[in-house]
Design a protein around this ligand. Structure first.
Ligand code: PHE
Length: 450
Protein backbone atom coordinates (compact mmCIF):
# COMPACT_ATOMS: atom_id res chain seq x y z
CA UNK A 1 0.00 0.00 0.00
CA UNK A 2 1.09 3.47 -0.78
CA UNK A 3 2.27 5.12 2.44
CA UNK A 4 1.04 8.47 1.22
CA UNK A 5 -2.47 7.09 1.48
CA UNK A 6 -1.99 6.07 5.04
CA UNK A 7 -0.83 9.38 6.32
CA UNK A 8 -3.21 10.26 9.07
CA UNK A 9 -4.05 13.07 11.44
CA UNK A 10 -1.03 14.98 12.62
CA UNK A 11 -2.20 15.82 16.14
CA UNK A 12 -4.45 14.31 18.79
CA UNK A 13 -6.54 17.46 18.91
CA UNK A 14 -6.95 17.28 15.15
CA UNK A 15 -8.10 13.67 15.43
CA UNK A 16 -10.65 14.61 18.07
CA UNK A 17 -11.85 17.62 16.07
CA UNK A 18 -12.25 15.55 12.91
CA UNK A 19 -13.98 12.63 14.62
CA UNK A 20 -16.21 14.96 16.64
CA UNK A 21 -16.98 16.85 13.45
CA UNK A 22 -18.05 13.59 11.81
CA UNK A 23 -20.29 12.71 14.72
CA UNK A 24 -21.73 16.17 15.35
CA UNK A 25 -24.17 16.98 12.61
CA UNK A 26 -27.79 17.37 11.69
CA UNK A 27 -28.37 14.48 14.09
CA UNK A 28 -27.48 16.73 17.00
CA UNK A 29 -28.98 20.03 16.01
CA UNK A 30 -31.88 19.01 13.79
CA UNK A 31 -32.85 15.48 14.87
CA UNK A 32 -32.01 15.46 18.60
CA UNK A 33 -34.17 18.45 19.60
CA UNK A 34 -37.26 17.24 17.76
CA UNK A 35 -36.80 13.68 19.00
CA UNK A 36 -36.60 15.05 22.54
CA UNK A 37 -39.64 17.18 21.74
CA UNK A 38 -41.84 14.33 20.54
CA UNK A 39 -40.67 12.01 23.31
CA UNK A 40 -41.53 14.33 26.14
CA UNK A 41 -38.28 15.99 27.19
CA UNK A 42 -35.93 15.38 30.12
CA UNK A 43 -36.63 11.71 30.88
CA UNK A 44 -35.74 10.87 27.28
CA UNK A 45 -32.49 12.76 27.68
CA UNK A 46 -31.50 10.74 30.74
CA UNK A 47 -31.97 7.50 28.82
CA UNK A 48 -30.14 8.95 25.86
CA UNK A 49 -27.13 9.82 28.01
CA UNK A 50 -26.93 6.29 29.37
CA UNK A 51 -27.05 4.80 25.87
CA UNK A 52 -24.52 7.24 24.46
CA UNK A 53 -21.88 6.55 27.09
CA UNK A 54 -22.55 2.91 27.98
CA UNK A 55 -23.26 1.57 24.50
CA UNK A 56 -22.36 4.12 21.89
CA UNK A 57 -18.94 4.97 23.19
CA UNK A 58 -17.79 1.32 23.51
CA UNK A 59 -18.93 0.62 19.95
CA UNK A 60 -17.07 3.70 18.75
CA UNK A 61 -13.99 2.47 20.58
CA UNK A 62 -14.33 -0.88 18.78
CA UNK A 63 -14.41 0.92 15.44
CA UNK A 64 -11.37 3.04 16.29
CA UNK A 65 -9.55 -0.13 17.35
CA UNK A 66 -10.26 -2.04 14.16
CA UNK A 67 -9.37 0.98 12.03
CA UNK A 68 -6.09 1.80 13.71
CA UNK A 69 -5.01 -1.80 14.00
CA UNK A 70 -5.77 -2.54 10.34
CA UNK A 71 -4.40 0.70 8.89
CA UNK A 72 -6.72 0.34 5.97
CA UNK A 73 -10.05 1.18 4.39
CA UNK A 74 -13.19 -0.22 6.03
CA UNK A 75 -13.60 -3.22 3.73
CA UNK A 76 -10.09 -4.66 4.01
CA UNK A 77 -9.82 -3.80 7.70
CA UNK A 78 -11.53 -6.95 8.98
CA UNK A 79 -9.28 -9.36 7.11
CA UNK A 80 -6.20 -7.49 8.25
CA UNK A 81 -7.03 -7.54 11.94
CA UNK A 82 -7.78 -11.24 11.82
CA UNK A 83 -6.51 -12.76 8.56
CA UNK A 84 -8.44 -16.01 8.93
CA UNK A 85 -11.74 -14.18 9.02
CA UNK A 86 -12.09 -12.58 5.62
CA UNK A 87 -15.84 -13.12 5.47
CA UNK A 88 -16.29 -10.30 7.98
CA UNK A 89 -15.39 -7.91 5.22
CA UNK A 90 -19.12 -7.99 4.43
CA UNK A 91 -19.59 -5.72 7.41
CA UNK A 92 -17.24 -3.31 5.68
CA UNK A 93 -19.04 -3.68 2.36
CA UNK A 94 -22.30 -2.89 4.12
CA UNK A 95 -20.65 0.15 5.67
CA UNK A 96 -19.56 1.29 2.23
CA UNK A 97 -23.10 1.03 0.85
CA UNK A 98 -24.55 2.55 4.00
CA UNK A 99 -22.25 5.57 3.80
CA UNK A 100 -23.33 6.23 0.19
CA UNK A 101 -27.00 5.92 1.11
CA UNK A 102 -26.76 8.14 4.18
CA UNK A 103 -24.72 10.67 2.25
CA UNK A 104 -27.42 10.76 -0.44
CA UNK A 105 -30.35 11.67 1.80
CA UNK A 106 -28.30 13.58 4.36
CA UNK A 107 -27.02 15.95 1.70
CA UNK A 108 -30.62 16.73 0.72
CA UNK A 109 -31.35 18.00 4.25
CA UNK A 110 -27.93 19.65 4.42
CA UNK A 111 -28.86 21.41 1.18
CA UNK A 112 -32.09 22.74 2.74
CA UNK A 113 -30.01 24.10 5.56
CA UNK A 114 -27.68 25.85 3.18
CA UNK A 115 -30.69 27.31 1.36
CA UNK A 116 -31.91 28.69 4.70
CA UNK A 117 -28.57 30.43 5.18
CA UNK A 118 -29.26 32.27 1.94
CA UNK A 119 -32.91 32.97 2.81
CA UNK A 120 -31.84 34.33 6.18
CA UNK A 121 -29.15 36.53 4.63
CA UNK A 122 -31.76 37.93 2.24
CA UNK A 123 -34.18 38.42 5.14
CA UNK A 124 -36.74 36.48 3.10
CA UNK A 125 -38.55 35.10 6.12
CA UNK A 126 -38.58 38.31 8.14
CA UNK A 127 -42.05 39.34 9.26
CA UNK A 128 -43.84 36.41 7.60
CA UNK A 129 -46.73 34.86 9.52
CA UNK A 130 -46.27 31.29 10.65
CA UNK A 131 -48.33 29.60 7.92
CA UNK A 132 -46.40 31.52 5.25
CA UNK A 133 -43.15 30.30 6.78
CA UNK A 134 -44.43 26.75 6.55
CA UNK A 135 -45.46 27.34 2.94
CA UNK A 136 -42.01 28.60 2.06
CA UNK A 137 -40.51 25.40 3.45
CA UNK A 138 -43.01 23.09 1.74
CA UNK A 139 -42.81 24.86 -1.62
CA UNK A 140 -39.06 24.90 -1.54
CA UNK A 141 -38.62 21.22 -0.66
CA UNK A 142 -41.27 20.22 -3.20
CA UNK A 143 -39.44 22.11 -5.94
CA UNK A 144 -37.07 20.54 -8.42
CA UNK A 145 -34.09 22.72 -9.20
CA UNK A 146 -33.51 24.81 -6.10
CA UNK A 147 -33.12 21.91 -3.65
CA UNK A 148 -30.91 20.11 -6.17
CA UNK A 149 -28.70 23.12 -6.54
CA UNK A 150 -28.40 23.45 -2.76
CA UNK A 151 -27.54 19.77 -2.45
CA UNK A 152 -24.96 20.20 -5.19
CA UNK A 153 -23.32 22.99 -3.18
CA UNK A 154 -22.98 20.68 -0.18
CA UNK A 155 -21.38 18.00 -2.38
CA UNK A 156 -19.05 20.63 -3.76
CA UNK A 157 -17.91 21.93 -0.34
CA UNK A 158 -17.41 18.37 0.86
CA UNK A 159 -15.58 17.35 -2.29
CA UNK A 160 -13.15 20.27 -2.04
CA UNK A 161 -12.19 19.37 1.52
CA UNK A 162 -11.90 15.65 0.76
CA UNK A 163 -9.72 16.33 -2.26
CA UNK A 164 -7.33 18.32 -0.09
CA UNK A 165 -6.52 15.12 1.82
CA UNK A 166 -6.58 13.83 5.38
CA UNK A 167 -4.29 16.27 7.15
CA UNK A 168 -4.60 19.30 4.88
CA UNK A 169 -8.30 18.79 4.23
CA UNK A 170 -10.25 16.91 6.86
CA UNK A 171 -8.08 17.74 9.86
CA UNK A 172 -7.37 21.34 8.96
CA UNK A 173 -10.98 22.22 8.26
CA UNK A 174 -12.22 20.42 11.36
CA UNK A 175 -9.80 22.46 13.44
CA UNK A 176 -11.16 25.66 11.93
CA UNK A 177 -14.85 24.78 11.71
CA UNK A 178 -15.41 23.04 15.02
CA UNK A 179 -14.44 26.01 17.23
CA UNK A 180 -16.65 28.25 15.05
CA UNK A 181 -19.53 25.82 15.46
CA UNK A 182 -18.99 25.76 19.19
CA UNK A 183 -18.82 29.54 19.45
CA UNK A 184 -22.02 30.04 17.44
CA UNK A 185 -23.78 27.45 19.55
CA UNK A 186 -22.81 29.18 22.78
CA UNK A 187 -24.00 32.54 21.45
CA UNK A 188 -27.35 31.07 20.48
CA UNK A 189 -27.71 29.46 23.92
CA UNK A 190 -27.02 32.76 25.67
CA UNK A 191 -29.60 34.47 23.45
CA UNK A 192 -32.18 31.78 24.07
CA UNK A 193 -31.86 31.53 27.87
CA UNK A 194 -31.95 35.30 28.23
CA UNK A 195 -35.43 35.43 26.65
CA UNK A 196 -38.42 35.99 28.93
CA UNK A 197 -39.91 32.70 30.21
CA UNK A 198 -36.85 30.73 29.16
CA UNK A 199 -37.25 28.68 32.32
CA UNK A 200 -40.21 26.80 30.88
CA UNK A 201 -38.06 25.47 28.04
CA UNK A 202 -35.24 24.62 30.42
CA UNK A 203 -37.65 22.74 32.67
CA UNK A 204 -38.86 20.77 29.63
CA UNK A 205 -35.26 19.80 28.98
CA UNK A 206 -34.00 19.19 32.48
CA UNK A 207 -36.85 18.09 34.78
CA UNK A 208 -37.40 14.46 33.98
CA UNK A 209 -40.88 12.99 34.19
CA UNK A 210 -40.32 9.26 33.85
CA UNK A 211 -43.99 8.55 33.46
CA UNK A 212 -43.69 9.91 29.93
CA UNK A 213 -41.18 7.26 29.00
CA UNK A 214 -42.47 4.29 27.01
CA UNK A 215 -40.65 1.51 25.19
CA UNK A 216 -40.88 3.47 21.97
CA UNK A 217 -39.06 6.43 23.49
CA UNK A 218 -36.37 4.14 24.87
CA UNK A 219 -35.77 2.55 21.47
CA UNK A 220 -35.74 5.87 19.79
CA UNK A 221 -33.12 7.06 22.32
CA UNK A 222 -30.89 4.15 21.37
CA UNK A 223 -31.46 4.70 17.65
CA UNK A 224 -30.67 8.37 18.09
CA UNK A 225 -27.44 7.52 19.94
CA UNK A 226 -26.31 5.27 17.07
CA UNK A 227 -27.09 7.84 14.42
CA UNK A 228 -25.66 10.76 16.34
CA UNK A 229 -22.39 9.03 17.13
CA UNK A 230 -22.16 7.77 13.51
CA UNK A 231 -21.82 4.20 14.64
CA UNK A 232 -22.09 0.95 12.71
CA UNK A 233 -21.03 1.93 9.22
CA UNK A 234 -17.33 2.59 9.38
CA UNK A 235 -17.15 6.37 9.80
CA UNK A 236 -15.35 5.95 13.12
CA UNK A 237 -13.33 3.08 11.70
CA UNK A 238 -11.84 5.06 8.85
CA UNK A 239 -10.99 7.98 11.14
CA UNK A 240 -9.58 5.46 13.62
CA UNK A 241 -7.16 4.36 10.92
CA UNK A 242 -5.83 7.94 10.80
CA UNK A 243 -5.31 8.28 14.57
CA UNK A 244 -1.65 8.24 15.58
CA UNK A 245 -0.25 5.18 17.32
CA UNK A 246 0.66 7.23 20.37
CA UNK A 247 -2.81 8.70 20.94
CA UNK A 248 -5.21 7.11 23.38
CA UNK A 249 -8.19 5.60 21.58
CA UNK A 250 -10.15 5.56 24.83
CA UNK A 251 -9.63 9.26 25.43
CA UNK A 252 -10.48 10.06 21.84
CA UNK A 253 -13.74 8.12 21.97
CA UNK A 254 -14.61 9.69 25.32
CA UNK A 255 -13.91 13.18 24.01
CA UNK A 256 -15.93 12.58 20.84
CA UNK A 257 -18.90 11.11 22.72
CA UNK A 258 -18.80 13.94 25.25
CA UNK A 259 -18.55 16.62 22.56
CA UNK A 260 -21.36 15.06 20.55
CA UNK A 261 -23.64 14.84 23.58
CA UNK A 262 -22.73 18.29 24.77
CA UNK A 263 -23.57 19.87 21.40
CA UNK A 264 -26.90 18.01 21.28
CA UNK A 265 -27.76 19.35 24.74
CA UNK A 266 -26.66 22.84 23.77
CA UNK A 267 -28.88 22.58 20.69
CA UNK A 268 -31.75 21.78 23.05
CA UNK A 269 -30.86 24.78 25.20
CA UNK A 270 -30.67 27.01 22.13
CA UNK A 271 -34.01 25.83 20.77
CA UNK A 272 -36.51 24.94 23.51
CA UNK A 273 -36.46 28.04 25.71
CA UNK A 274 -37.00 30.07 22.53
CA UNK A 275 -39.79 27.81 21.32
CA UNK A 276 -41.56 28.04 24.69
CA UNK A 277 -40.92 31.75 25.06
CA UNK A 278 -42.90 32.37 21.88
CA UNK A 279 -45.64 29.90 22.64
CA UNK A 280 -44.77 27.41 19.90
CA UNK A 281 -44.97 23.62 20.04
CA UNK A 282 -41.85 21.64 20.96
CA UNK A 283 -43.34 18.50 19.39
CA UNK A 284 -43.54 19.61 15.78
CA UNK A 285 -41.18 16.89 14.45
CA UNK A 286 -38.62 17.08 11.63
CA UNK A 287 -39.73 20.51 10.46
CA UNK A 288 -38.92 22.04 13.88
CA UNK A 289 -35.83 23.91 12.72
CA UNK A 290 -37.21 25.02 9.34
CA UNK A 291 -40.79 25.88 10.23
CA UNK A 292 -40.69 26.70 13.93
CA UNK A 293 -37.33 28.38 14.37
CA UNK A 294 -37.92 31.14 11.77
CA UNK A 295 -40.96 32.18 13.83
CA UNK A 296 -38.77 32.27 16.89
CA UNK A 297 -36.24 34.46 15.08
CA UNK A 298 -39.01 36.75 13.85
CA UNK A 299 -40.17 37.43 17.37
CA UNK A 300 -36.72 37.87 18.85
CA UNK A 301 -34.70 41.08 19.03
CA UNK A 302 -31.68 40.59 16.78
CA UNK A 303 -33.50 37.70 15.11
CA UNK A 304 -32.09 38.26 11.62
CA UNK A 305 -28.56 37.97 12.88
CA UNK A 306 -29.31 34.93 15.02
CA UNK A 307 -31.15 33.24 12.17
CA UNK A 308 -28.11 33.55 9.93
CA UNK A 309 -25.87 32.24 12.69
CA UNK A 310 -28.18 29.33 13.38
CA UNK A 311 -28.32 28.11 9.78
CA UNK A 312 -24.60 28.64 9.27
CA UNK A 313 -24.08 26.50 12.35
CA UNK A 314 -26.29 23.75 10.95
CA UNK A 315 -24.51 23.85 7.60
CA UNK A 316 -21.07 23.60 9.20
CA UNK A 317 -22.24 20.70 11.34
CA UNK A 318 -23.66 18.96 8.28
CA UNK A 319 -20.54 19.40 6.14
CA UNK A 320 -18.13 18.05 8.77
CA UNK A 321 -20.37 14.95 8.79
CA UNK A 322 -20.65 14.58 5.02
CA UNK A 323 -16.84 14.67 4.95
CA UNK A 324 -16.71 11.59 7.17
CA UNK A 325 -19.32 9.86 5.02
CA UNK A 326 -17.44 10.60 1.83
CA UNK A 327 -14.09 9.46 3.21
CA UNK A 328 -15.37 5.87 3.45
CA UNK A 329 -15.79 5.25 -0.31
CA UNK A 330 -12.97 7.59 -1.32
CA UNK A 331 -10.39 5.89 0.93
CA UNK A 332 -11.43 2.46 -0.31
CA UNK A 333 -11.22 3.33 -3.98
CA UNK A 334 -7.98 5.23 -3.59
CA UNK A 335 -6.34 2.28 -1.82
CA UNK A 336 -7.55 -0.15 -4.46
CA UNK A 337 -6.78 1.84 -7.59
CA UNK A 338 -4.23 4.36 -8.78
CA UNK A 339 -6.69 7.10 -9.50
CA UNK A 340 -6.18 10.48 -7.88
CA UNK A 341 -8.25 11.51 -4.87
CA UNK A 342 -9.73 14.36 -6.86
CA UNK A 343 -10.98 12.07 -9.64
CA UNK A 344 -12.39 9.55 -7.18
CA UNK A 345 -14.09 12.31 -5.22
CA UNK A 346 -15.66 13.60 -8.41
CA UNK A 347 -17.06 10.22 -9.41
CA UNK A 348 -18.34 9.37 -5.92
CA UNK A 349 -20.00 12.81 -5.76
CA UNK A 350 -21.70 12.17 -9.09
CA UNK A 351 -23.11 8.86 -7.90
CA UNK A 352 -24.31 10.45 -4.66
CA UNK A 353 -25.78 13.33 -6.61
CA UNK A 354 -27.71 10.80 -8.69
CA UNK A 355 -29.19 8.97 -5.71
CA UNK A 356 -29.64 12.24 -3.82
CA UNK A 357 -31.61 13.66 -6.76
CA UNK A 358 -34.14 10.86 -6.40
CA UNK A 359 -34.27 11.46 -2.64
CA UNK A 360 -34.76 15.17 -3.11
CA UNK A 361 -37.48 14.73 -5.72
CA UNK A 362 -39.37 12.47 -3.36
CA UNK A 363 -40.67 15.68 -1.75
CA UNK A 364 -42.02 16.85 -5.10
CA UNK A 365 -42.11 15.21 -8.52
CA UNK A 366 -41.54 11.70 -7.18
CA UNK A 367 -43.70 12.05 -4.07
CA UNK A 368 -45.98 9.25 -5.25
CA UNK A 369 -43.21 6.88 -6.18
CA UNK A 370 -42.73 4.48 -3.29
CA UNK A 371 -40.59 1.47 -2.47
CA UNK A 372 -42.23 -0.80 0.11
CA UNK A 373 -44.57 2.07 0.94
CA UNK A 374 -41.77 4.54 1.56
CA UNK A 375 -40.77 7.50 -0.55
CA UNK A 376 -37.20 7.21 -1.81
CA UNK A 377 -35.95 9.60 0.87
CA UNK A 378 -37.69 7.68 3.65
CA UNK A 379 -36.55 4.40 2.18
CA UNK A 380 -32.88 5.43 2.30
CA UNK A 381 -33.33 6.73 5.83
CA UNK A 382 -35.16 3.58 6.91
CA UNK A 383 -32.77 1.08 5.30
CA UNK A 384 -29.75 2.75 6.88
CA UNK A 385 -31.01 3.52 10.35
CA UNK A 386 -33.28 0.52 10.85
CA UNK A 387 -31.18 -2.15 9.18
CA UNK A 388 -27.67 -1.31 8.07
CA UNK A 389 -26.41 0.70 11.06
CA UNK A 390 -27.70 -1.68 13.76
CA UNK A 391 -26.51 -4.76 11.80
CA UNK A 392 -23.14 -3.09 11.25
CA UNK A 393 -22.84 -2.19 14.92
CA UNK A 394 -23.73 -5.75 15.98
CA UNK A 395 -21.15 -7.13 13.55
CA UNK A 396 -18.48 -4.75 14.81
CA UNK A 397 -19.02 -5.58 18.49
CA UNK A 398 -19.15 -9.32 17.80
CA UNK A 399 -16.00 -9.08 15.74
CA UNK A 400 -14.03 -7.20 18.40
CA UNK A 401 -15.56 -9.19 21.26
CA UNK A 402 -15.30 -12.69 19.83
CA UNK A 403 -13.12 -12.78 16.70
CA UNK A 404 -10.28 -10.32 17.21
CA UNK A 405 -7.54 -11.98 19.32
CA UNK A 406 -7.80 -10.59 22.84
CA UNK A 407 -4.08 -9.86 23.18
CA UNK A 408 -4.19 -7.84 19.97
CA UNK A 409 -7.15 -5.88 21.28
CA UNK A 410 -5.46 -5.19 24.61
CA UNK A 411 -2.29 -4.16 22.87
CA UNK A 412 -4.12 -1.76 20.53
CA UNK A 413 -6.12 -0.18 23.34
CA UNK A 414 -3.12 0.19 25.64
CA UNK A 415 -0.75 1.39 22.91
CA UNK A 416 1.33 -1.77 23.34
CA UNK A 417 1.17 -1.69 27.10
CA UNK A 418 2.13 1.93 27.61
CA UNK A 419 -1.35 3.06 28.78
CA UNK A 420 -3.27 1.76 31.76
CA UNK A 421 -6.60 0.27 30.79
CA UNK A 422 -8.31 -0.49 34.11
CA UNK A 423 -11.69 -0.19 32.40
CA UNK A 424 -10.98 -3.06 30.01
CA UNK A 425 -12.97 -5.79 31.78
CA UNK A 426 -16.07 -3.65 31.90
CA UNK A 427 -15.65 -2.66 28.28
CA UNK A 428 -15.07 -6.26 27.19
CA UNK A 429 -18.19 -7.39 29.00
CA UNK A 430 -20.25 -4.70 27.33
CA UNK A 431 -19.09 -5.41 23.82
CA UNK A 432 -19.30 -9.19 24.13
CA UNK A 433 -22.75 -9.41 25.68
CA UNK A 434 -24.64 -6.23 26.43
CA UNK A 435 -24.08 -4.23 23.25
CA UNK A 436 -24.88 -7.01 20.75
CA UNK A 437 -28.01 -7.89 22.70
CA UNK A 438 -29.22 -4.31 23.05
CA UNK A 439 -28.50 -3.67 19.39
CA UNK A 440 -30.33 -6.83 18.41
CA UNK A 441 -33.38 -5.54 20.29
CA UNK A 442 -33.17 -2.25 18.37
CA UNK A 443 -32.86 -4.14 15.11
CA UNK A 444 -35.76 -6.49 15.71
CA UNK A 445 -38.05 -3.84 17.09
CA UNK A 446 -37.16 -1.56 14.19
CA UNK A 447 -38.02 -4.30 11.71
CA UNK A 448 -41.26 -5.19 13.48
CA UNK A 449 -42.01 -1.49 13.97
CA UNK A 450 -42.65 -1.97 17.67
N1 PHE B 1 -23.68 11.53 13.20
C1 PHE B 1 -24.13 12.37 12.13
C2 PHE B 1 -25.08 13.39 12.71
O1 PHE B 1 -25.34 13.39 13.88
C3 PHE B 1 -24.81 11.59 11.05
C4 PHE B 1 -23.98 10.52 10.48
C5 PHE B 1 -24.36 9.22 10.60
C6 PHE B 1 -22.78 10.83 9.88
C7 PHE B 1 -23.56 8.22 10.14
C8 PHE B 1 -21.96 9.85 9.42
C9 PHE B 1 -22.36 8.54 9.54
O2 PHE B 1 -25.59 14.20 11.99
Amino acid sequence: MDTENRRGFATSLGAIAAAAGGAIGLGNIWRFPYTVGVNGGAAFIVVYLLFAFLLGMPVMLCEFTIGRNAQSNVIDAFGRVSPKHHAWKWIGIMGFVCSMFIYSFYSVVAGWTFHYVILSCKGALVGLPSDEISNVFRNFTAGTWEPLLSMGMILLFTGIIITAGIEKGIERFAKILMPILFGIMLLLCVRSVSLPNASEGLAFLFHPDFSKLDSRAILSALGQALFSLSIGMGAAMIYGSYIRKEDSLFKTSLAVTAADTFIALLAGIAIFPAVFAFGLSPASGPSLVYEVMPNVFNSMPGGVFFAILFFVLLTIAAVTSTISLMEIPVSYISEKTHFKRSGITFVVSLVVFGIGTLASLSFGLLADFTIFNHTIFDFLDMVTSTYLMPIGAIGITLYVGWVMPKDKLVSELSNEGSLKIGWFKFFYFIIRYIAPLALLIVLVSGILKL
